[in-house]
Design a protein around this ligand. Sequence first.
Ligand SMILES: Cc1cc2nc3c(=O)[nH]c(=O)nc-3n(C[C@H](O)[C@H](O)[C@H](O)COP(=O)(O)OP(=O)(O)OC[C@H]3O[C@@H](n4cnc5c(N)ncnc54)[C@H](O)[C@@H]3O)c2cc1C
Length: 664
Amino acid sequence: MLPKISDTERIALQSGTVSLDSFFFKGERLSRSDLVRMVPLPQRSHSMDEQVESFCRSVDEEEIMSSGVLPNRLWKNLRQNKLLGMIIPKKYGGLELDHHEQSQIVQKISSASTTTGIVVMVPNSLGPAELLLKYGTEDQKNKYLPGLASADYIPCFGLTGPMSGSDAASMKDRGIVFQQADGSLGIRLTVEKRYITLAPIANLIGVAFILEDPEKLLKCGKTGITVALIPTVTAGEYHRPMDVPFPNGVIRWTNLEIPISSIIGGEERAGEGWRMLMECLAVGRAISLPACAVGNAKVASMYAGSYAVFRTQFRKMIGDMEGVQEKLALMASETIKITAMQHVTNSLLDHGHKPSVLSAIIKYESTERSRKVILAGMDVVAGAGICKGPRNLLANMYQGIPIGVTVEGSNTLTRSLIIFGQGLIRSHPYLQNMIDDLQTGRDYDFLRGVQRMVFNTVYNTLGSLWYQLYFYSDKDNALVNKFIHQFAVTTNLILLLGKQFKSNQILSGHMADIMGSLYILQGLEWWELQYPDRSHPALFRLARVEEIQRIHRAFQSIADNFPLLLPRLFLKMITANGFYTVPRIRTEDVTGASQSLTEDHGMRNVFSEDIFHSDRLQFFIKNHETIRNYHLQKLKHNGIEEDPELEKIILESITVDSYPSSSG
Ligand SMILES: Cc1cc2nc3c(=O)[nH]c(=O)nc-3n(C[C@H](O)[C@H](O)[C@H](O)COP(=O)(O)OP(=O)(O)OC[C@H]3O[C@@H](n4cnc5c(N)ncnc54)[C@H](O)[C@@H]3O)c2cc1C
């Protein structure tokens, strides 16, 4: 009846902790006071502000893009400021930063340069340092962590191989245990990995492989996926990921002999590699890629918002044209959503949560939405986004979009398989216990679980119907309550599909969308409660309505296509709207939201926070208000005398880089 789950899938599904996601599965909505209590404002020490600002100032993305390498002075700066050792404790020479602090630093660096952002991200995310900290022996920690903190060791981590991408556990790489000449145990490693970030320059290589012990030499007797750390180098073979020139390449060894003590955590951790990797993923995935996504979205929004004020066509600022406003509104709305979600997630992480389901949600939602923001930004600045050069703030980010979408769990897989699949096992109030009861033959407990599940379904069905009938003054709020009840009922009905569920990825993808939107709605609510003076009515209304509509569409599609007839009819009944109509997006919401990027000082301050203000971006920010007023005056008093200084600024703002003819 239950879908068959392999051991590796089970470990992946069970890793990390449960957090706000568990409320969705219970059908409960957190009250405002509980939300604020459970998610306090994330704190920052700002201890590295000066160093990070000076590092970003020294980055010249154009130089990096054209030379294809990170210049030595940047490596020196990274080393001096220990920026590759943000997660390493001070006693090993690292910075030991909190998650929010780390996230805002990665965000700022990646907003200065995609290439550098990726280089900084990897050692501070899933990789040797995190694995060592969690599972390493004292010897290993003392041996490697100081060198990682000072960046004398450049790490990489190789999991992906040519035949094992998303299905990483199906790797072909083998490590055979053998007895060395001195009697100690060694591993003979044959490995082929690809796409590995930093591999071409790394000198401390983490690698996952399948450990085999044909001669039964291991004391612990455990084999299977194992992770080891090897202080060596690769042949330097590299890929060119979208021509963003961070080092990325291949690890290829045949019968490389390493001591058994290379296993992270020593011999007793043999065969535990998959669990170790999945546990680390629950935290790392929630920080770095979302930080890059938010950083990019903020830069794109600030730039496009200003460009829309500086640029006039048809004697009008393009930001005053409704077609452009739609794009700007999308940019502002998606950017504030992922920023709010990021602050909530960072706060949870800083309070000890390891929220595996929420980390999959934020990775997926932030990288998808950042991609939408950058694409919309490209439309707003049009030709100025296409012609490359130092003046173009979007093109390099645009080039890097597929990287965030693909790495640390490719988005299609994350949406269609992981988010709801993992949530079902991890966050459902009864399912995990019921599976355990079934497997251990505790029939009575299992039946009690079934009983609870039925009560839960009845309770949430009544809840959903109540919100159809009851006339509630805050309709949008009532609709969200109704959606949460509907989500819990739909989840329980999906369990009736049994084994069939695993192949219903469209259904699972819609459930993932609902979870993503519920998390975003919670993030927006939290933001308005925590930062009441940093919100914007039209922008927040638009953002909420977009998510409510997305949830509604997902439920409609589930109810229309549910594979079993009776549950389908049931779902149609409970997903009907009753007294409530799904809110519509009004033109004034779009116009108002777009103005959060073109007119609203407070919101522009939010969007420009914790990103690098390059000279170009600073030029736009500094002159924004003056040029807007100038254009408004020109519009009001047709024929106003032109101000040559301001016209010069406008000309510079819309100028793109051009280069001398190579033939000339
Ligand atoms: C620039 C870059 C840097 C990287 N850095 C590293 C690194 O440092 N270390 C490392 O180990 N790896 C790294 N990777 C590898 C990365 O994690 C993989 O590319 C990713 O896991 C996807 O694997 P794949 O590219 O082989 O795609 P495939 O697994 O072939 O997938 C192809 C498509 O099918 C979808 N898909 C696959 N299975 C399912 C499923 N069951 N259900 C639904 N959809 C599915 C995927 O989502 C994807 O859209 C990097 C990759 C890139 C491009």
